[in-house]
Design a protein around this ligand. Structure first.
Ligand code: SF4
Length: 283
């Protein structure tokens, strides 16, 4: 049986929230570098260069990639056979929360969580947002996504008629990215959740953003082809880096699907900005 002490969880979460904000995902950096020669628009090309330069400065100076340091969203896969040692923490949730508070505080990262009505800031970037999966065996993985508001605000969900088919999905995703324009800070990564029900399709779309390496193809050829078709259409919209025009509007489209009710066809789109801050913690 694997034993994990929650003080280790807290420490690793603290470092992860800082890493996510200071260091660009190396795979994402490669994708942006690869897009550079093909970007014909001068403004678009300049923005891509600035994004890469900004990433280098952030990593070397330990400064945030962006002023919006995001909501701390966690995806926890906890094996049934993992034994947690509490070490003074009330729960795993508590350890993740403490790691987030310390990581955002000590890293001088902006606190971006507020009450929805009064807009009063909670002051420490909590509560955290945790999605739990209990899995067999002794696997234990926490994935952090520091999710910016500009990109999250451009998300969309549609309960489509089942007859909409593949074309309906593709049109909806392209239309969502087109309507978003410059707001999600392109070039973006586009997560698409197909199937499930109203609530799970939104979660599927967010989980689709977690795929590593970014831009890798779906394991099933039909979905891999769909991802490719959608990305090609998006990059013909002319939105371009930061919406200043060009062909690099999105860097990747990732799809996750799930069976659904015979009468339903939910499709959700969750957009991530060029910061795409995702860090995996393995135990
Ligand atoms: S969407 Fe991303 S790049 Fe844009 S402001 Fe928010 S965190 Fe920064």
């Amino acid at each position: 049986m694997k034993k994990v002490n929650l003080s280790e969880v807290k420490e690793k979460v603290k470092l992860a929230v800082q890493d996510a904000n200071f260091v660009i995902d190396p795979d994402l950096k490669k994708v942006i570098q690869n897009c550079l020669p093909a970007e014909e628009a001068p403004a678009g090309q300049e923005v891509l260069k600035q994004i890469l330069q900004n990433a280098d400065i952030a990593a070397s100076e330990k400064l945030a990639l962006c002023q919006d340091t995001g909501l701390a969203v966690f995806f926890v896969e906890l094996g049934e056979k993992v034994k947690l040692e509490y070490a003074g923490f009330k729960s795993l949730h508590d350890a993740i929360t403490q790691g987030t508070v310390e990581g955002y505080g000590e890293g001088y990262l902006r606190k971006s969580v507020c009450d929805p009505l009064s807009r009063k800031n909670t002051g420490n970037n909590t509560p955290v947002f945790i999605h739990w999966d209990i899995v067999p065996g002794d696997a234990f993985k926490i994935t952090l996504m520091a999710k910016g508001g500009g990109a999250e605000n451009m998300s969309a969900l549609k309960m489509m008629p089942p007859s909409a088919g593949a074309k309906g999905i593709e049109d909806f995703v392209v239309e969502t990215v087109s309507k978003a324009g410059p707001n999600p800070c392109p070039p973006t990564v586009v997560g698409v959740g197909i199937g499930g029900n109203f609530d799970t399709s939104a979660l599927l779309a967010k989980k689709a953003l977690l795929r590593k390496p970014v831009g890798s193809a779906h394991a099933e050829p039909a979905y891999a082809d769909m991802e490719k078709r959608i990305l090609e259409r998006i990059n013909k919209l002319g939105v371009g880096p930061m919406g200043l025009g060009g062909r690099t509007t999105s860097l990747a489209v990732h799809i996750v699907s799930h069976p659904c009710h015979i009468a339903s066809f939910p499709v959700a789109v969750n957009i991530n900005c060029h910061s795409h801050r995702i860090v995996e913690i393995n135990f």
